[in-house]
Design a binder for this molecule. Sequence first.
Ligand SMILES: Nc1ncnc2c1ncn2[C@@H]1O[C@H](COP(=O)(O)OP(=O)(O)OP(=O)(O)O)[C@@H](O)[C@H]1O
Ligand SMILES: [Mg+2]
Length: 500
Amino acid sequence: MRGIVKRFPGVLAVNHVDFDVQASEIHALLGENGAGKSTLMKMLYGLYHPDEGRIILDGNEVRIHSPHDAIQRGIGMIHQHFMLVPSLTVAENIALGMRSTRGLILDLDVVSRRVQELSEQYNLRVDPQTPIWQLAVGEQQRVEIIRALYRGASLLILDEPTAVLTPQEVDDLFRVLRQMTADGHALIFISHKLHEVLAISHRITVLRDGQKVGTIPTGEATRVKLAEMMVGRPVVLEYDRPPVERGPERLRLVSVSARSDRGDLGLKEVSLSVHAGEILGIAGVSGNGQRELAQVIAGLRPVTSGSIELDGRDVTGALPTTLIGLGLCYIPEERMVDGVIKEFTVAENFVLQDHGRANYTRAGIFLNFGAITRACRQAIRAYEIKTPGTDVPVKTLSGGNIQKLILARELTRSPQVIVAAQPTRGVDIGATEYIHRRLLEQRSQGAAILLISEDLDEIMALSDRIGVMYEGRMVGIIPRASADVNTVGAMMAGATLEQL
Ligand SMILES: Nc1ncnc2c1ncn2[C@@H]1O[C@H](COP(=O)(O)OP(=O)(O)OP(=O)(O)O)[C@@H](O)[C@H]1O
Ligand SMILES: [Mg+2]
């Protein structure tokens, strides 16, 4: 890609960028939220067309008109947000949009057989007959990769493929990617996690504000250097946790059980309590009940037994709106689904849960747009959310900037109890630093915080106590002071405190 330029109304998203990738190479693309990574790649995949610049594929200048065209030329893309149809099976999703020669039904066993072959060749375990909705996120991603390989991709773009994966799934993915490069594929890998980029890539290109900062061989890169290239200033990668007097108990769960989406008991007799001025970190590989835990507290999933108390009041089975009224704030894990309405503007999304709040209404009925816009602008500045304004549809923001908007909305409500699920997933380092500071600030102000994260560094940096979940149970809860990475790691694999 040479001299690529892409403008959107009010935004120069990609500004004269040169980028290249070779066969058998993994080229990582780094940059803060809104730097232009996805936009640059969408031009290579034919979703957008460059305003200026040239794309040269195997030595020939090409115009890539559409994703269909890109696929014909051997370019595949795994998007930041998956694009599978939940009600269809794996094989049906892979067959979808492909020309059928003999009618859908017959083609499906051909597809299934080829899927089987590819999954064996690359060790991508999936059952072609399973409907997508029954698959864990990591499995859905395998389906996306198989689909790209099925269509003959020799150049594969992976836009934040690890953002939704467990550490175990990341290892599996990396094995697949290495196998692919050994077979001569060219891979472009986007991630905000520097250790991953350092572990998997051969070269790294950093973008900032639509411009290329530089391309370096991975051997010459360090975390500190990359962070500085991305942000344009040195970044703090550690925090002070100021001492805070632990206050009264605000959140209490007694022996709570709940079903998962698959119908089995995803949460098994979990008891915990969080006090004012305290962060209880929940570590564990995701898929071990964390999602169910967060959702029962937020009133989004019924409990099958047990009770939940907020400030001493029984709120088992209460509606989400009641809980919000009682000062509960929930930062959902699946923010794109549960957190925003894509067609609504930035300002509208900013007041989604809050439109009834006194400062945003006039005479208790009419929305006070002046106040909303002002509060929203302030959040945009504080969280450095990249958007041309408050009145553009939220769907035009970059993935990470949507995340920041939801966090800004939730954390500006001065909540009493915060349930934060994967709060920094998909968010760049500058914003991660900011979000961590905000959580610590809420803690100092007396909020009780339940922090659910797969990022062990994040759990260690912020928590006062650490709980570990495994197969729906709380394996144990220990004070931060006696938790080291080995102990917590062993607990994440299911070891109980007695065994350690
Ligand atoms: N369809 C669109 N319409 C208007 N603006 C857009 C559109 N797509 C992207 N942008 C803008 O272009 C800029 C670059 O966005 P892009 O999605 O490429 O960022 P990114 O580097 O992928 O960020 P992230 O890490 O958050 O995913 C952002 O300012 C974004 O708001
Ligand atoms: Mg992106």
